[in-house]
Design a protein around this ligand. Sequence first.
Ligand SMILES: Nc1ncnc2c1ncn2[C@@H]1O[C@H](COP(=O)(O)OP(=O)(O)OP(=O)(O)O)[C@@H](O)[C@H]1O
Ligand SMILES: [Mg+2]
Ligand SMILES: [Zn+2]
Length: 472
Amino acid sequence: MSYVIFARKYRPMTFEGMIGQKHVVQTLMNAVKNDRVAQAYIFSGMRGVGKTTTARIFAKALNCQHGPIPNPCNKCEFCKEINEDRSVDVLEIDGASNRGIDEVRSLREGVKYKPIHSRYKVIIIDEVHMLTREAFNALLKTLEEPPPHTIFIFATTEFHKVPATIISRCQHFEFKKISQKDIINHLLDITKQENITISAYGLNMIAEAADGSLRDAQSLLDQSVSYSGENISDEDLKEILGAISREVLFDFSSAILDEEPERTFPLVESVIEKGYDLRFFYKELIQQFRNLLLVKTAKNPQDLLALSEDDLKALAMEAEKSSADDFLRYLVALQQGEQGLKFSSHPRIYLEALLVKLCHFKKIVPLEDIIQDIKALKKGFNKPVDSIPEYKSEEKPRRPKTQILEKENIRQEETEMTPPTPENHQEETKSQELKTAQKDTDFATKDPTVKYFLDTFKAQVLTVEPLKKGKK
Ligand SMILES: Nc1ncnc2c1ncn2[C@@H]1O[C@H](COP(=O)(O)OP(=O)(O)OP(=O)(O)O)[C@@H](O)[C@H]1O
Ligand SMILES: [Mg+2]
Ligand SMILES: [Zn+2]
C-alpha cells in the first residue's frame, strides 16, 4: 500500500474530530441543526489550522444523504465523494492560481445552475486574498445576488488583504493557532497508532517548531520517521529540527550586519545543497534575529533563551553590530518577507533578493527622517544652501551641499536656531511646534520636488520603515 502522509491520514472527518477551533465548530454545527446556514463564509487564520478541513466537513454536513446534519455519516455516496475529492458539486478552487477575472467569470456562470445531484453547491476558494481587484469585483456581484443553492467558503491566511466589501457579505470565522498542549496530545495519538517511539521532550520540540500549525507538526513527524524509522531519538530530532546549525545562522546574520551582500549567495547555495527546506531555514533566520534583539534589549537574556553560555556569548557579540532599533527593523522586514517566500514561484531568488536588501538596510533612511530633512532644507531655501550651517559653524563641521541625508546635523541645527523660550510657556510652545511641524510635513509632501524625491525612494522607504508607519 502506498504511504499516506500523516496530515492526510489523520485529517478529521467530522466536526467532533476537530482539534481546537471550538467557536467555529459549534457555530457551524448549530447553523446546520437550526437551518440557519449563511450563503458566504470567510475562514481566516494561519496555515495548517483546519480551515480547508472545516470547509469540507461543512460541505458534507450540508450534502450528506441523511442531512443536512451536524454529524455527516461519511458512509453515503455524497460524503464519500467529498472525502475522495470527486464531488462535482463541491469545488475547491485555489485562489492563487485562479486569481483573474476570467476564472471568476466562469465560476459565476457555473453557479447559475443548480447542483448536479447534491443539495448544495459548495464553492471553496482557498487563499482568496490572492484574487485580483477585478476578480473580487466580479465575485462581489455574485455575492450580492447569490444563487439560492450555492454556499461560498473563502479561506485565507491573510485576512487583511480581503476587500471590506467582500468581508461585509460573509460570516467571518477566525481560526486560532493550535495550542502547544493540543499539538502534543495529537502527536502522541499518532505515535501510539503508528507504533512510533519518541520522548516527551521530542514531542515538545516538534510542537514548538510547528508554532501553532497542526499540519506543520504532522509534517515534521513524517520527516522524522523518514529519517529515523520508528524509533526517533532526541539526537536525530535535533538534527532534523535544529538542522540549520547555529554556525550557518551566524554566517547569514553577520553577512547582513556587516553589509556584505556578496557573501549571501554562496550561503544560500550551501543551504540548498544540504537539502534544507527554505521555508524552514527562513523561520530559523527570523529566530536568529529575534534572539539578537532579545540579547540586545533584555536585562537577563539567559533566563529567556534556552541556550548554552557559549551560544549566548556569541549572540551578545553579534548583537554589538547594530542598535536595538535596527534589529527591530530587520525582524519586521524578515517577518514581512515570510508570506512572499511561501508563495513565490522562485523561492531561492526571492530569498537572495531579500537578503541583499537586508544587507543594505542600514543605508536606507526612514521616510520620516527624509521628511524632516526636507523640512530643514526648505527652511533654508531663502538662504544660499551653504549658509545653512552658519548658525553653529564653530562647533560643528560644515555640511557639504550634497549631504542631504545627514539628518542629525540638520535637526540639531534647527533646534539651535529656535530662540530660547521662558519655562512657563514651554508646554504651549511645544504644542504649537507640533502643529507647525505637522503643517510643514503636509506642505512639504505636496511640493513637486519633494514628491519626486519621495517617489524615487518610496519603494525602499516603505519597506524598511513599517514600524513607524504602523504606529500611526
Ligand atoms: N484544527 C485541526 N484539527 C484537526 N486536524 C487539523 C486541524 N488543523 C489542521 N489539521 C491537520 O492538518 C491538515 C491540514 O489542515 P487544513 O488543510 O485544514 O489547514 P488550513 O488551515 O486549510 O491550512 P492552509 O492555510 O495551509 O491551507 C489536516 O489534514 C489535518 O490533518
Ligand atoms: Mg487550506
Ligand atoms: Zn453522508
